[in-house]
Design a protein around this ligand. Sequence first.
Ligand code: ZN
Length: 445
Amino acid sequence: MTAGLRLAELLELLKIQDAGAALHAQIAHLFPICRSITGNGVRETLAILRERVPLEIHEVPSGTPVLDWVVPREWNVKDAYVKNSRGERVIDFKRHNLHLMGYSTPVAAKMSRAELEPRLHSLPDHPDWIPFRSSFYRDNWGFCLSHRERQQLDDGEYEVRIDSTLEDGSLTYGELFVPGQSEDEILLSAHVCHPSLCNDNLSGISVQTLLAQYLSALVKAGRPPRYSYRFVFAPVTVGAITWLAQNEHNVGRIRHGLVLTLLGDSGPINYKRSRRGDTAIDRAAAHVLGRSGQPHRIQDFSPYGYDERQYCSPGFDLPVGSLMRTPYMQFPEYHTSGDNLDFVKPEHLADSLAKLLAILDVLERDATYLNLSPKGEPQLGRRGLYRALAERTDDGNAEMAMLWVLNQSDGKHSLLEIAERAGMRFESIANAAEMLAKAELLARV
Ligand code: ZN
């Protein structure tokens, strides 16, 4: 295995501002598409991502049993509107795809305001936002609109038209495998099933895609990461369940994993622990956020949220946490048209990516060593290590880090554990271990 890969350095080379702008541009490109848990919106989204990374696209037919579920019928929409008695489109899917409730069945009808009323959804507390509603598993239809627009509807007759199809087709998901030096895998997963919502789905999709691009470029350049990386882009819940059903025989290779979502808002970064709570990814994330000097939150696992629910179901119990900024339902824009291109900002996206890379760096570089001169402290000067230390201007604690690594490297403590015990940054400890290994004082277990 080559010397530890520094993903965070990659970000410096690529300039963090540029990364933020690229992430935001990718979100803007995907924003207009009407996605749902099945249908052409997911296909179109994955096709756009495929221009950047060679995603494998999987189509799983409706009716396929997947774990305790069945792949649903496929939903597509051509048009949907409500016209008033003057023939004006007062609610128009073509103006904003949130106007139509997801999975609405086809409708062509005339009705009074009173008959229409129970089919309408709005948010009196946020009268300018359109809510996001779906009805995946029960045949239903409805329209969503801002409360202000709802109040302007008069009592005349309305023409309701939903030109949708709900029929046997398939569920679409994308997957990319980036081979590393080891067969052990890191799983990254983002959901791809929300319509025009930025933080919720598009931020995770774009961060995950840029990471996949970076890693693919490293492999091409002959510098593969230590781990192999598996990227899953799937509709929430049933998509992840489908992926798990089809990959049950492979999940044993997953050593660490993260669900990526809600990465573009201005809130502090938040890590949600895996079900097990004390796996390497849990400790790596807590270490990176805890030593970042910036506000952050570590949240315990709960069986709600995104697809960590599936990856951490007891039959799999994978070491998969979730990285986000403000958690689901804790910001008013959540599942509304307020979650738009202004709500997510390049600087927050770039910061999320930087933290993600730092966490992955810890996993990439973490290892357990054995001190080859364990009786008394080895003489560092004789081996040129003080000179090497003096040359290092990046780290004032390098000598302390070396002493910690030598003392704790009895084959039982990983570098991350040593960093935690020493109360030092992982990077300092990993750099010290690299120098000591070069001086043949350490051997990797
Ligand atoms: Zn959502």
